[in-house]
Design a protein around this ligand. Structure first.
Ligand code: PLP
Length: 458
């Protein structure tokens, strides 16, 4: 007997409409009734009317890296919670200790894991570390945090203050002081036209902002390794190394937000590892436990950890931070089982290989449909940019992207899109299936997209 067996689906819909305030959803849409998903297995989802969908969005927002219905994770959580569900993160626990050490094996150069419970929170911790280091080492002066146009770092006010997406920010100001934006690195919409060394030039746009603000006032830079919600934007050639060089030159901590890219999504354990850089702080959430439990991590080098200790008689000198649910043991227990699955099933290699197949298939669709202006991706993380005209690159209206997402759903495929991120660039579709996808399922995705694109009306 489940806790819900006394309710019919109709009653659930009625209670939902009456009482649940859905994320990112205006009332008019909620009034029509929201989809009610009731079961998942692998990449498949079923709704309450028994319609089956192939989920190429990993739970809508790039979360379920190992897919649905993983008994090994559910068992690991259940065993842990029966033994001990909670004690505050100021104490030691088996799952937190073992997961941290296994995670750090995948992250050479990093030294410590600070647990919390959402991506936004993990980024908040990183910002607090920068601010506290500024107070301890630089008399509070080196406190500014730079973020990049088009990147997203979360929903809390400080994380939103570090977000380069206008529609996400609208109506929520004023923002936290001393967060400063620098220009994007999106070669398809290059600020310099067609140039050979775009990556270097784009990184130097960040240096210009550092120089304008004063290098002695800038303590940290945060970037996504591949911009996710801002449109699946890959760093151009040479960009990441140049960003790191500039950060080191001015003694600025480099924070890499791996909330989406972490734990295999791009065909490496972490997105930054494709580009040969060594961040000072790495944040992660979503794929850490694939949605089986709430967990996020702020991972630092030993050097950052050492800077945030009690010293010179300063009793407040250590990182005085806590997250209540960062101590919930379901999180690291699930994360450890999730990591074991990725390793045992070779999901990173599967992701790299089948991601390439998906990308090639999308390029073939681009040849066929002029509305596809650009196709990009790495691993099982791909984007399609829709334009009215390939020469001018004028974006299609958001309604076209919505039409395609809805038609895919009608055909049994769930994909994502840029959603209320920008006024003009809500024209990008994205795909991020679970890393255990098969070659046949990649073919299904491509066939459905082909049929849908053949019928799109502008
Ligand atoms: N960072 C990135 C790159 C994200 O895409 C997101 C969420 O989509 C976040 C941070 C915030 O994570 P959360 O929603 O878990 O707070």
């Amino acid at each position: 007997m489940s806790q819900y067996s006394e309710y019919t689906n109709e009653q659930i819909h009625t209670m939902d409409k009456a009482h649940v305030w859905h994320h990112l959803t205006p009332a008019a849409a909620a009034e029509k009734g929201m989809p009610l998903y009731v079961k998942g297995e692998g990449l498949h989802l079923w709704d309450a009317d028994d319609n089956c969908y192939l989920d190429a969005s990993a739970g809508g927002v790039w979360v379920t890296n190992v897919g649905y219905g993983r008994k090994a994770i559910v068992d690991a959580i259940s065993e842990q919670l029966m033994e001990l569900n909670y004690f505050a993160g100021s104490m030691a626990s088996k799952p937190a200790a073992v997961f941290a050490s296994r995670l750090l094996e995948k992250m050479p150069g990093m030294g410590k894991v600070f647990y919390s419970s959402s991506g936004s929170e993990a980024n908040e911790k990183a910002f607090k570390m920068v601010r506290q280091i500024s107070h301890k080492k630089y008399g509070g002066k080196k406190r500014k945090i730079l973020y990049r146009e088009r990147d997203y770092h979360g929903t809390t006010i400080a994380a939103l203050s570090a977000t380069g997406q206008s529609q996400r920010r609208d109506h929520f100001g004023p923002f936290v002081p001393d967060f400063v934006e620098f220009p994007h690195c999106f070669e398809y919409r290059s600020q310099f036209g067609d140039v050979e060394d775009y990556g270097i030039k784009a990184a130097q746009l960040m240096e210009e902002v550092i120089l304008q603000e004063g290098p002695d006032t800038v303590g940290g830079v945060i970037i996504e390794p591949i911009t996710a919600g801002g449109g699946v934007i890959l760093p151009p050639e040479g960009y990441m190394a140049e960003i790191q060089r500039i950060c080191r030159k001015y003694d600025i901590l480099l924070i890499v937000d791996e909330v989406v890219c972490g734990l295999g999504r791009t065909g490496a354990w972490f997105g930054y590892q494709h580009y040969g850089i060594q961040p000072d702080i790495v944040t992660m959430a979503k794929g850490v436990a694939s949605g089986y439990a709430a967990i996020s991590c702020t991972v630092t080098t030993d050097a950052v950890y050492q800077m945030l200790q009690e010293d010179n008689g300063d009793k407040l000198g250590f990182f005085r931070d806590i997250s209540t649910y960062g101590g919930c043991l379901a999180g690291p227990a699930a994360a450890l089982a999730n990591l074991n699955i990725i390793e045992e099933e070779g999901l990173i290699a599967n992701c790299a290989h089948l991601g390439e197949v998906l990308l090639q298939g999308l390029h073939a669709l681009k040849e066929k449909y002029p509305m596809i202006g650009d196709v990009r991706g790495k691993g099982l993380f791909c984007g399609i940019e829709l334009v009215l005209n390939r020469e001018t690159k004028e974006p299609v209206d958001e309604a076209v992207a919505i039409q395609i997402v809805n038609a895919c759903k009608e055909a049994g495929l769930l994909i994502g899109r840029t959603n209320r991120s920008f006024e003009t660039f809500n024209n990008i579709l994205n795909m991020s299936p679970a890393l255990c996808i098969t070659a046949e399922q990649i073919e299904d995705i491509l066939n459905i997209l082909d049929r849908v694109f053949a019928k799109v009306t502008l």
